[in-house]
Design a protein around this ligand. Sequence first.
Ligand code: ARG
Length: 467
Amino acid sequence: MTNVNSGKLSSARFAEATNAFVEVFTASVDFDQRMAHQDIQGSVAHAAMLCKIGVLTEQERDDINSGLAQISGEISRGEFAWSIKQEDVHMNIEARLTDLIGIAGKKLHTGRSRNDQVATDIRLYLRSEINNITGQLTRLQTALLDLAEQHADTIMPGFTHLQVAQPITFGHHLMAWFEMLSRDQERLQDCCKRINIMPLGAAALAGTSYPIDRQMTADLLGFSRPSANSLDSVSDRDFAIEFCAAGSLIMMHLSRFSEELILWSSAQFDFIEIPDAFCTGSSIMPQKKNPDVPELVRGKSGRVTGHLISLLMLMKSQPLAYNKDNQEDKEPLFDTVDTLINCLRAYADMVPHISAKKGNMYNSAKRGFATATDLADYLVRKGMAFRDAHEVVGLAVRLGIESNRDLSEISLPELQQFSSLISHDVFDVLTLEGSIAARKHIGGTAPDIVKAAILTARQNLQPIQHL
Ligand code: ARG
């Protein structure tokens, strides 16, 4: 029988050549070549194990290693001739290996399938990218700590409903961002525990009849253990979904930071200056300086959440075990990785250069009756019930609005009209400084507390564990 389709995968089974469009349509090499080095890493470990169990001779294993080393070099130098005919990264590398070393190249796929191979590659890839992402996260956290330290005493209004609520320090606000990123770090580390399990050995779905040593392969690749069920191993993409969920939370956090930076850099707030290097102008309005980086990051948060939803939809109707649908997992995943790294990098570069306009922040806190709660608390300490105090302060605020004065600018006799409990010590609580100094419990905004929080955070900012 003549072979109608030499070069086609599993060609002997097919009587007809693949439709030219279908060949392109089903290929993944254009995007999965990104995992080439992980694919090679997996193959080196697999070959070592095959040699140990006697399926490959030492010579064959050595030939495979040197062939793969050459291929790795070709890929790194951009000299590798990727071919759609070979469908994906796995077949491209295997075909080239066979060109280079002959029969030993054809033996490499013994006891393995592309199904466990691709699952292994994605896990190795994600594991190393998570290290890059956490590295950028740590850079950004460090930048936040440095800025917070500079501004542990810088008073600004704190908001609820985007209305001035109570005075806080800028350092305290920055440390709120820091906390969000700390949880993001934890989520990535936690997700890594489930990523770092080895599917190789599951073969197509049922395992293999060779006496493979999966523990050996897992050890060689730095996985914590081999997976426990072959069907699950080739079909599971939970780990990728989990990663995209953690990534969506990171982007949601960055999007919230962005929103604040955009508001604060507007003429209406005028709290901060974003460095020119992170902004652009307008092609028509010469006066404009637009906060492009925060705006783009806010915009990009949508695509990462979109990728999370794509992966959930991709998986939800798949019967066990592997289905070609899974090939669609890569582009959302890769784009999630790229977006996270780029956005975190832009932020880590930009944050150290943000300057605070302290006077504007201070005046804004003063304009908003931010110490009204402090006056109520003062009255409560003097014996008034909180609801009555709330009422009294409401009257004082109304006088402030009518006479265009902050509470601290209203005279003692005027304040005493509202309650005889008020005496000269009221001004200790009505000033912005008095208000923040009073919040000196764990988690409060008092400058000393903020400084202590920064110190603790710095000590806990662990160097990243590289897997
Ligand atoms: N390119 C494929 C993917 O990304 C590799 C696995 C192919 N397996 C198969 N049975 N067709 O999922």
